[in-house]
Write a protein that binds this ligand. Sequence first.
Ligand SMILES: NC(=O)c1ccc[n+]([C@@H]2O[C@H](COP(=O)([O-])OP(=O)(O)OC[C@H]3O[C@@H](n4cnc5c(N)ncnc54)[C@H](OP(=O)(O)O)[C@@H]3O)[C@@H](O)[C@H]2O)c1
Length: 328
Amino acid sequence: MNTFKAIIVKEEQDQVIYGIEEVNLDTLSTGEVLIKVAYSSVNYKDMLAVQKNGGVIRNYPMIPGIDLSGTIVHTTDTRYKEGQKVIVTGFAMGMSHTGGFAEYARVPADWIVPLPMNLSLKDAMVFGTAGFTAALSIQALEANGMKVNNNPRILVTGSTGGVGSIAVQILSKIGYKNIFALVRKKHQAEVAKSLGATNVIYASELGEQNKPLNKQNYDFVLDTVGGEIASVLIPQISYGGSMSMCGNAGGIKLVSTVLPFILRGINLLGIDSVNVPINNRGSIWEKLADEWNISQTTLINEISLDELPHTIESIKNGQHLGRTIIKY
Ligand SMILES: NC(=O)c1ccc[n+]([C@@H]2O[C@H](COP(=O)([O-])OP(=O)(O)OC[C@H]3O[C@@H](n4cnc5c(N)ncnc54)[C@H](OP(=O)(O)O)[C@@H]3O)[C@@H](O)[C@H]2O)c1
């Protein structure tokens, strides 16, 4: 290959702009493994990456894209071999290291997860960082007492977004029967139910803000929104319950008192998908490939690299549903 297609984000005259360019291997960051990218996926963070002051890209020009799946075409690390199918998500990809929105990527060998046997390259990106994060959130909640047999009331916020929609589907697949989906638009209610939610709650119905303690409506909350939504929910978690927190789509400011923590013993569980140690990643991907695999029922838009700006706009405008994957 002499040249290949990549999205390049640049800073020009104080503006951040992006578009497709023909580039060569010299454009890629360094690493031991060169991958022919098969699929990437579009996440909330990728939308932020192409905004001015988005806080994701550290140096321009940059190829964005925090996720990829593909086939190794060259490796200087003997743990891997040419032709091997792999997944890479997070770390510095698409931030300070060229990412998945290109036909080729070069990454450090220590960032690579071998594709599990029961997962296709396409399905790996149906999950992508969103699915990986949903899985981390469920794992954290289960480690803190969430059990199918106890029939807990679980609320998922941002339930029709990338992380939330996969979380609702996994929870439903593994047998939870009391799944509350938080939505804020009417048309999202049917979508949430089709994903497996048993009840739908509108953000406008969440109740009073600034109440230090409120009616104990939920045993566990899987939060992807943060901000006011998370603040209103903390006082509604029942005694001994937990909230996992992975996102800031609704803002970064959390307003709380100590009372839910010291009077009800609730737990706030921070979730980070970006720097999960490589040795802990394989087991999560195996779960996604196997007992938590909902890739066949996920709401997917499959696009080409040229269609990326449209998807970025829909995420920015709150019109995006489910998962969008890029096929190369
Ligand atoms: N910690 C990590 O490692 C990690 C990993 C992945 C994602 N994240 C974060 O998790 C969040 C979700 O990511 P995603 O990829 O699922 O994004 P997404 O597909 O854009 O979904 C965001 C969801 O949040 C909802 N939402 C946004 N603002 C809201 C508000 N003010 N009130 C109620 N709902 C609101 C959206 O609803 P509408 O459709 O109505 O707008 C949508 O359902 C993002 O903040 C992302 O950065 C973090």
